[in-house]
Ligand binder design. Structure first.
Ligand code: ZN
Length: 334
């Protein structure tokens, strides 16, 4: 048995037809984890869909109503970049329920992983970039509502900036204060100097490491944004991640870390322009888990994007996240 629980349902599959987003990856990850004896059937736990009230902790009543009644405008559906259907709504509600369950498990066991989720491009009033609703934000707000946590930190390592996360937790201050991010031009500048220009953090501290010259074009400021230049490889990436997480934890003490473990910083990714290896991505996961373990901060994990030319590579990268957690957290228990 794993020293933590996995959250998974066959219904995580997103009914979007032939698409650059490999919706079959969730089942493939589940199957690979079993075939390779990383996990056993009893490690997997079936989530319930989030309730509408859970979703409304983050999203506007107007947007939720449009989703439930199939009344998005043509432009809104276009911006979502996945074809709307009632079945797709159900899959996203289930993903949000899975993230709530993983957050609960993280608070009980120190770690909780949902083999899905990470839909970090969803905003309160609209979806975009394949993300209909923001499962991680919903899980954080639900944990807060239930009085289980007060403060959370997101560590987003998807190759694309967590614009929805920044918009949701930035409290709207981004609209009044357009601010610079860490950019390649700032490499070498002291972290604290840059961090001072961020919007004021409330109860959720957001960290995003991403490729600067990539979607989304407009990047509302996170608490810490690391805008990486094209082609960054393993060592530079890991140094920046270490720097950003250390800086974040000097400024803020979270009760829960929500790690968005995107597979798309991979060098073979079709929608990414960074140059990480599969091994480098596993070291990335280990770095986050070691920090969480050392500081005894519970960590919940979601998988977000991954568009490798070979879908098997995406599956390997996501399975390695589970393996990295197993290695780091088994050691800590021993
Ligand atoms: Zn992505």
């Amino acid at each position: 048995m794993l020293p933590f629980k996995l959250v998974y349902s066959h219904d995580y599959y997103l009914p979007i037809g032939t698409h650059v987003f490999p919706a079959e990856k969730y089942r493939m990850i589940h199957d690979r984890l079993l075939e390779t004896n990383v996990a056993e059937p009893a490690d997997f736990h079936d989530p319930q869909p989030a309730t509408d009230n859970d979703v409304l902790l983050v999203h506007t009543p107007d947007y939720v109503h449009k989703l439930k009644t199939g009344t998005l405008s043509g432009d809104e559906e276009l911006q979502l970049e996945v074809p709307y259907s009632p079945e797709l709504v159900r899959a996203f509600w289930l993903a949000a329920g899975g993230s709530i369950m993983a957050a609960d498990f993280a608070l009980q066991d120190g770690v909780g992983i949902s083999i899905g989720g990470g839909f970090h491009h969803a905003f309160p009033d609209h979806g975009e970039g394949f993300c209909m609703i923001h499962d991680v934000a919903i899980a954080i707000r639900r944990m807060q509502k239930d009085g289980k946590i007060a403060r959370a930190m997101t560590v987003d390592c998807d190759v694309h900036q967590g614009n929805g996360t920044a918009a949701i937790f930035g409290g709207g201050s981004y609209a009044r204060r357009p601010l610079p991010s860490w950019s390649s031009a700032m490499f070498g500048m002291p972290v604290e100097e840059i961090a001072e220009t961020r919007p004021q953090v409330k109860d959720v501290f957001t960290i995003s490491l991403h490729q600067e010259h990539n979607y989304p074009a407009w990047k509302p400021p996170s608490s810490i944004d690391v805008d990486l230049p094209d082609g960054v490889g393993d060592d530079d990436y890991l140094a920046w991640l270490d720097n950003a997480v250390s800086s974040g934890l000097r400024q803020f003490e979270p009760d829960l870390i929500c790690y968005v473990a995107g597979a798309d910083p991979y060098r073979e990714d079709q929608l990414g322009g960074l140059n990480l290896s599969i091994e480098g991505l596993k070291r990335r996961d280990e770095l986050v888990f070691r920090v969480a373990r050392e500081r005894e901060i519970p960590v919940m994990i979601t998988f977000a994007g991954g568009y490798a030319r070979k879908v098997q590579d995406t599956v390997t990268i996501h399975c390695n996240t589970v393996i990295a957690a197993k290695e780091v957290f088994t050691r800590s228990a021993a």
